[in-house]
Design a protein around this ligand. Structure first.
Ligand SMILES: Cc1cc2nc3c(=O)[nH]c(=O)nc-3n(C[C@H](O)[C@H](O)[C@H](O)COP(=O)(O)OP(=O)(O)OC[C@H]3O[C@@H](n4cnc5c(N)ncnc54)[C@H](O)[C@@H]3O)c2cc1C
Length: 438
């Protein structure tokens, strides 16, 4: 018997346990993990710790002034809140709060879409100090790319080594008395009970933190769609090589295109770079990839376009994994008091920071403390059945293929500067198509 059983030792599960222990130090908490700590997206992401979450413009624009300020502060405050925990428990995760730069790196249309995005950000009430446009020369002081047109900068992002954060948190939790049981797959969840290896474990509450992993028992099945993302990393680069690529240590950077790219200059001296990969028919999550998997071609080609001094031989590491998209493209955190089930997920590619906020939120919802965390518009009270389902196949697969091809065509034509008369209509069509599935 435990007070709280948590399914999944990724950031959501680990942070929830951490904040529960702060609020209820005597509670017995067990985390059951089917593989090992950080096996899922948490141990294999690009290390952007964002002070925000996917879809925050939508949330914030719907709020009145005072509430909006509170929500904004919670989101922006994520980065320093993670730093505080790491400092308190001496977790070394290569934390570097250097901000993020979304660069219009290859063609002028990227600058147009950056301005359109910036307008949405400011229309949602977010200030100039949170997101601002940098001129070409200001951008060049941070990044060296041959065709820069400027960039969108936000200070609300740090870079970390995700594996170090997962392992550091796990060891801190063990020190606090949290039980972390690895290689323990939860086969079933039922009335205040989780079943592992046919053995039931009774619990007062349970937390579903399994994100993109499929399970037949999950009340969250069809609420999330797994999409995979691919990451590559270079050998250690020298300071002179950094001066020709990413000048600012710890900077998170992106090529502002629809492939959703994310890079960082890591503390270990590697350039880490990832891009959204694909979707498998039947909503299958994917975590096993070989080093020569064709999935790594796209990020490699793009990285070389951005930094022509890097060659394929400079790439030393390749890995990938699945993240989960909710049907509304907004992450969710909820608690059903009747069944004692708390749940969070659907972070898209922005869960490293959001899972910290949601871990604290789930903990506060479970102990029913009532705080600023539990009074946010993204919280669901009651069963996860309130969340929208994804459509049945083949619709998600067809939708993903269509959008993927459209986005790739738009990017290729703009990058190659071919058929310029088609760029604007394609941009509008891509925007419309992306808007339609929202
Ligand atoms: C390649 C890649 C790059 C990314 N880059 C970034 C980034 O740079 N910045 C950012 O903010 N976000 C990024 N993300 C997203 C981010 O990593 C995730 O949103 C976040 O880590 C989700 O954490 P989680 O704990 O909810 O899920 P996960 O980390 O996926 O953890 C779920 C855990 O549950 C376990 N589990 C599942 N089913 C069971 C079961 N039945 N029994 C027991 N255990 C189970 C799994 O093994 C897994 O360890 C990226 C994702 C990927 C895949």
């Amino acid at each position: 018997m435990v007070d709280v059983a948590i399914v999944g030792a990724g950031f959501t599960g680990l942070w929830t346990a951490y904040f529960l222990k702060q609020l209820r130090p005597t509670w017995r908490i067990a985390i059951f993990e089917q593989h090992h700590v950080g096996y899922g997206a948490s141990g294999r992401n690009g290390g952007w710790l964002i002070g925000g979450m996917a879809g925050q413009e939508d949330w914030l624009s719907g709020l009145a002034g005072g509430q909006r300020q509170h929500s904004q502060q919670l989101l922006y405050g994520i980065v320093e809140s993670v730093r505080a925990v790491c400092e308190k428990h001496q977790i070394n995760c290569d934390f570097n709060h250097a901000g993020v730069l979304y660069a219009a790196a290859r063609y002028p249309e990227q600058a147009h879409s950056a301005h359109a995005w910036l307008n949405e950000i400011h229309a949602s009430g977010q200030p100039e100090s949170a997101f601002r446009w940098l001129s070409k020369s200001d951008t060049e002081s941070l990044l060296s790319m041959p065709e820069l047109y400027g960039g969108l900068y936000s200070p609300h992002c740090a870079t970390i080594n995700p594996v170090k954060l997962c392992l550091g948190l796990a060891s801190t939790l063990k020190g606090m008395g949290v039980q972390i049981v690895e290689h323990a797959r939860v086969e079933e969840v039922s009335n205040r009970k989780v079943t592992i290896n046919s053995q039931p474990v009774e619990c007062g509450h349970m937390v579903l933190a399994s994100e993109a992993f499929p399970s037949t028992w999950q009340p969250l099945t069809r609420k999330r769609l797994p999409v995979y993302s691919n990451v590559i990393a270079t050998r250690t680069l020298s300071e002179s090589e950094w001066q020709q690529t990413v000048k600012k240590p710890g900077l998170a950077f992106s090529d502002l295109c629809r492939s959703v790219t994310y890079g960082q200059r890591s503390q270990g001296g590697h350039m880490v770079f990832g891009a959204r990969g694909g979707y498998q028919f039947g909503a299958k999550a994917r975590y096993e990839f070989t080093q020569d998997d064709p999935a790594f071609r796209a990020p490699t080609t793009l990285l070389q376009r951005l930094f022509p001094t890097l060659t394929e031989q400079d790439i030393q590491y390749r890995w990938a994994g699945s993240l989960a998209m909710s049907r509304g493209f907004r992450p969710f955190a909820g608690f059903d008091k009747e069944s004692g089930i708390a749940y969070a997920g659907g972070y898209g590619g922005e869960g490293v920071g959001a899972s910290h906020l949601f871990g604290q939120t789930l903990a506060e919802l479970i102990v029913e403390s009532g705080s600023i965390f539990t009074e946010q518009p993204w919280i669901i009270r009651g069963k996860p059945s309130q969340l929208k389902n994804w459509e049945a196949e083949p619709l998600p697969w067809l939708g993903y293929q269509t959008l993927g091809k459209l986005f790739a065509l738009e990017d290729w034509l703009c990058h190659e500067k071919k058929l310029p008369w088609l760029h604007k209509p394609l941009y509008s069509l891509s925007r419309l198509a992306a808007g339609l599935i929202h």
